[in-house]
Design a protein around this ligand. Structure first.
Ligand code: HEC
Length: 200
């Protein structure tokens, strides 16, 4: 009886003093690791919160934001547009008639901020951060569906407001067709839009 108990304890349960110490040390190491991790998470959160609450985040539009702010905001904005915008072809085809209609809409609703075709701001445009892309000068890499989506919903915390309250989906698809083609227009369409822009 005693023998068999010893045997069992010996096989499975007998404490090896060295092993016990090792287990305890491992437990303590794990505790330290978890505390370290919590502190590592809590400190940056507290610092970021304090930075904002103490008014240290710059909000003036006439001071350019830093590289990191630009990088974070641009990356987030473009990734969100890519994710949310429909992946569909423009139902409004880029016929001359539609491009002219889109050009008229652009002149009325977008050009004040994004610039007029053939009349670059030359550094004297509205100052906003994030800056307004001067579309006739820099164009855009967005697809027509993405331009439509940005024009419709706007971009939060920027000057790019949502146009859906005053413009129908059809007119926004029409302006998207124009924006995508604004730098590769047939010459007579371009000329006509520039003449429309010249009218008082
Ligand atoms: C009050 C100024 C303002 C008006 C008016 C405006 N936008 Fe914008 N738009 C902005 C700003 C600012 C941005 C930059 C937002 C950013 O970078 O996060 C922007 C960004 C965009 C972009 C994204 C371009 C890119 O490549 O990243 C598109 C497309 C766009 N606007 C289309 C339009 C269209 C179409 C209209 C007219 C229906 C319009 N916008 C009217 C201020 C304006």
């Amino acid at each position: 009886m005693a023998d068999s108990r010893n045997l069992i304890v010996g096989r499975e349960g007998r404490r090896c003093p060295l092993r016990g110490n090792q287990n305890r040390r491992e437990g303590e190491d794990m505790k330290k690791f978890l505390i370290g991790m919590l502190v590592g998470i809590a400190v940056p959160v507290i610092v970021a919160f304090g930075y904002l609450r103490l008014g240290m985040a710059e909000v003036r539009a006439d001071i350019p934001p830093g590289r990191w702010e630009n990088y974070l905001m641009n990356t987030g904005m473009h990734a969100s547009v890519k994710r949310e915008a429909p992946n569909a072809p423009n139902p409004v085809l880029p016929t001359d008639e539609n491009l002219i209609a889109g050009g008229k809409l652009y002149l009325g609703a977008c050009a004040g901020c994004h610039g007029r075709p053939g009349k670059p701001f030359g550094g004297k445009g509205p100052i906003l951060y994030p800056p307004i892309p001067e579309l006739p000068v820099v164009g855009t890499e967005l697809s027509e569906a993405q331009i439509f989506w940005v024009a419709k919903h706007g971009i939060r915390r920027t000057g790019m407001f949502a146009n859906e309250v005053w413009a129908s989906d059809e007119s926004l698809w029409t302006v998207a067709a124009y924006v995508k083609h604004m730098n590769s227009l047939p010459p007579d369409v371009r000329g006509l839009i520039e003449r429309l822009d010249a009218k008082p």
